[in-house]
Design a protein around this ligand. Structure first.
Ligand code: GLA
Length: 390
């Protein structure tokens, strides 16, 4: 894992030595269960992970923001906080522009800065590198201005930045967990009420393994926005059919209503809705199972979640299906499923600690044989949300 020192070294190389350097870390995330439920007012259960973004920054008194990244060596993005901030090139710096613009819009006084992003999260890997950069950028601006902000508010501001500047209508899950994750725990989050329940993930008992298909997932491709629209269409249909039920989102729809809709509601919309409604039930049940150390049950629910995402929500792909089913062939694996938006990215598996090596070996070997690509497989503990390191 990259260190504070390596981020500072890269910073000095890009911007020169001297001055007081602030360092922020912002983790990636993996979602254990509760997929495509966040924008339906539903339940999610993510945790922050070890791979992370580290941002080193230094105050500038001229209102200029310059951003460099170890992932794009030699490129420096530049804008001024004293002028209207717009999207621009290079595109990777739009997260920074977006966060600066939305902080300003929220009335937060910003200062100029030089900032260096050092990232060990795979870009487009479905582990929320964008959310980590956004939350890290927001914390950098706040830290240099000597300010603090409630983390839930910070997550909402970053979500707005992603909507307006990256053009993806994401839900709150990624920003929330990157900003507020608790070490050693996954968080069940109610995306309607904003309430949380922490679920202990004791790594002596249970390990979380992530395997990256190395197939890039692209949420900007329009599929994500399309799924959101289909959910809204479904919620509106159910609201009309059940006027007394005060349905505002798919969160309010029951499995009984889903069954009654068969043959009446368009089949694609029905399947999208069935995924969301059943996934909410699976998520709350899986959280209870995890809290009671009933890992077999939690694992079964993860497998059902994958099937639902594949068949009803149609956001999986052959690589994700393959890794999930290969994982289940290994002794000691309780459950495995695609995680995140889909169309590539990663799977997540829950496994008995002593079987992590066997799982890793199995996935690396069989995936390479089948797709001729080496997947990145690693175990991770649940880490704390973003923090100021120095
Ligand atoms: C992406 C989005 C999240 C969430 C997931 C699917 O990661 O950023 O808000 O919708 O997809 O669960």
């Amino acid at each position: 894992m990259q260190s504070t020192q390596s981020a500072k070294t890269a910073f000095f190389k890009a911007f020169g030595e001297g001055g007081k350097i602030r360092v922020i870390r912002a983790p990636g995330r993996v979602n254990l269960i509760g997929e495509h439920t966040d924008y339906n007012d539903g339940f999610v259960c993510p945790m922050a992970i070890e791979p992370q973004v580290v941002i080193a920054s230094r105050f500038r008194d001229d209102g200029i923001v310059r951003v460099a990244s170890t992932a794009f060596e030699g490129e420096v993005a530049q804008f001024s906080i004293e002028q209207k901030i717009t999207r621009g090139e290079p595109a990777w710096a739009n997260y920074f522009r977006g966060v600066a613009a939305e902080l300003e819009a929220a009335g937060i006084p910003l200062t100029g800065m030089d900032a260096l992003i050092d990232n060990t999260l795979p870009v487009g890997g479905g582990l929320s590198s964008s959310a980590a950069i956004e939350v890290g950028a927001a914390l950098s601006f706040l830290t240099l201005a000597g300010l603090e902000m409630d983390r839930d508010r910070l997550a909402l501001i970053c979500q707005k930045a992603e909507h307006e500047y990256a053009g993806v209508p994401v839900g709150i899950m990624d920003l929330m967990i990157v900003a507020t994750g608790k070490a050693g725990c996954a968080t069940q989050y109610d995306c309607r009420s904003g309430t949380r329940q922490f679920v202990k993930i004791d790594s002596n008992d249970l390990r979380v393994v992530i395997a990256n298909t190395m197939v890039r997932h692209e949420l900007t491709g329009g599929e994500y926005a399309q799924r959101r629209r289909q959910c809204e269409e479904g919620a509106a249909w159910f609201a009309k059919q059940n006027p007394g039920a005060s349905i505002k989102a798919l969160r309010d729809v029951t499995m009984k209503m889903i069954h009654e809709a068969e043959g009446k509601l368009d089949d694609t919309i029905l399947r999208r809705c069935r995924h969301v409604v059943s996934e909410n039930l699976r998520t709350t049940e899986a959280v209870t199972a995890l809290a009671q150390s009933k890992y077999e049950r939690a694992g079964e629910l993860m497998i059902q979640s994958h099937r639902s995402l594949k068949d009803d929500y149609e956001v999986s792909c052959p690589e994700l299906d393959f890794l999930s089913s290969e994982a289940m062939k290994v002794k000691g694996v309780y459950g495995a499923r695609m995680t995140g938006g889909g169309f590539g990215g990663c799977i997540v598996a829950l496994v008995r600690p002593r079987d992590v090596d066997a799982l890793t070996a199995q996935l690396e070997k069989t995936y390479q044989e089948k797709f001729n690509i080496k997947p990145a497989v690693f175990a991770t503990t649940a880490t704390a949300g973003a923090s100021v390191v120095e």
